[in-house]
Design a protein around this ligand. Structure first.
Ligand code: FAD
Length: 312
């Protein structure tokens, strides 16, 4: 029994959530093999081989693997999967796109977004937007699992020396083509991995007022989050959305400003270590999960907060 972990990377470096997924995989079984599918990604293979939890790296290279397309990646994972009892990836856009194709091809039921490995076949996962947890036992011979990255610590990245085995590429999938990628370049920490997140909601009233959030985020080296209402109203773009249909974040500090605390928002942030809420409505549900609550008008509180931060 071995676990096959699918690495997410950009041909230069491993994406951070892969480290959390390796930790989860190693709790299913100690024999974790990582499959690396890419083009000119020898450095990524080397860095994976140095992770002590990784026992082998399977490395496939081809021009059509240069850009990630689930249609090209899944046939290779399915081909390799016969030697494995578990196939694992992160429950982010990468894994959510790739894993269902693999599970469907193997005719097995995927177990999604697990937060805990109870045993090799039993897992804990949140349901009803995080309001309940289901303990799921999979009776499939092979298990396809996506893990919630923020529920597992990243694995160690040095000290190992796993062998790297070259494997053959599968053919290019003819019906889908990679056209282009548009990435938002930002010097800020990534929302999913930031230690501090400052989020704004509908209470911000418009996009320009988000400058109040940005100024504070700059001072705290924080990522910027938002509620869906703020995103839907066009105050900020949707990669900032936190919640059930946005990103799940577990920072050390989460500051929610002008956010009421709907369950779908809480599903994405309530595991944060310290939650601070600023809201003018003392009855707002966000206060029920907040460690520190400030009942105040954000247009008065945020400038005062910034003034204090400027004194530091
Ligand atoms: P509101 O609920 O309108 O709250 C605004 C808050 O700002 C209020 O509490 C108000 O008191 C406060 N406020 C207003 N003015 C000020 C001021 N001057 N000073 C201080 N406070 C002020 N939502 C998400 O966030 N993420 C998701 O991923 C998500 N997914 C969803 C999925 C589904 C299937 C559904 C049905 C909904 C989802 N939602 C999600 C939407 C969610 O239900 C709420 O509608 C949304 O979170 C509300 O956003 P909000 O708190 O910014 O707005």
């Amino acid at each position: 029994m071995s676990v096959l972990l699918i690495a997410e990377h950009n041909n230069k470096e491993v994406r951070p959530f892969t480290l959390n997924a390796i930790t989860a995989a190693s709790q299913m079984d100690g024999d974790v093999h990582v499959i690396l599918i890419g083009n000119n990604c020898g450095d990524v293979a080397k860095s994976l081989s140095e992770m002590p939890a990784v026992k082998k790296v399977l490395h496939a290279e081809a021009a059509h693997y240069e850009n990630y397309l689930a249609e090209n990646f899944s046939p290779l994972v399915v081909k390799v999967s016969e030697n494995y009892s578990h196939i694992v990836s992160s429950a982010n856009t990468f894994g959510k796109n790739l894993m269902p194709r693999i599970a469907a091809n193997l005719d097995i039921s995927q177990v999604s977004d697990i937060t805990k490995v109870i045993s090799a076949d039993t897992f804990l996962r949140p349901i009803y937007a995080g309001n309940a947890f289901a303990t799921v036992k999979s009776t499939d011979v092979k298990k396809c699992i996506t893990i919630r990255p923020t529920s597992f610590e990243p694995c160690e990245t040095s000290g190992g020396s796993a062998p790297i085995e070259k494997i053959d590429a599968t053919e290019e999938f003819a019906l889908s083509k990679f056209i282009k990628r548009e990435e938002v370049k930002s010097d800020r920490p990534e929302l999913g991995t930031a230690r501090v997140v400052v989020s704004g909601g509908r209470g911000m009233q418009n996009g320009e007022n988000f400058k109040l959030i940005t100024d504070i985020a700059d001072k705290l080296n924080a990522a910027i989050g938002a509620s869906r209402a703020a995103v839907d109203a066009g105050y900020i773009s949707n990669e900032h959305q936190v919640g059930q249909t946005g990103k799940v974040v577990v920072p050390d500090l989460y500051i929610a400003v002008g956010i009421s605390g709907a369950i779908q928002h809480l599903a994405g942030m309530k595991e944060s270590k310290i939650i601070v809420a600023i809201n003018k409505d003392g009855e707002a549900p966000i206060f029920s999960v907040a460690d520190y609550g400030l009942e105040a008008d954000l247009f008065e509180a945020l400038p005062q907060f910034l003034e204090e931060l400027n004194k530091l």
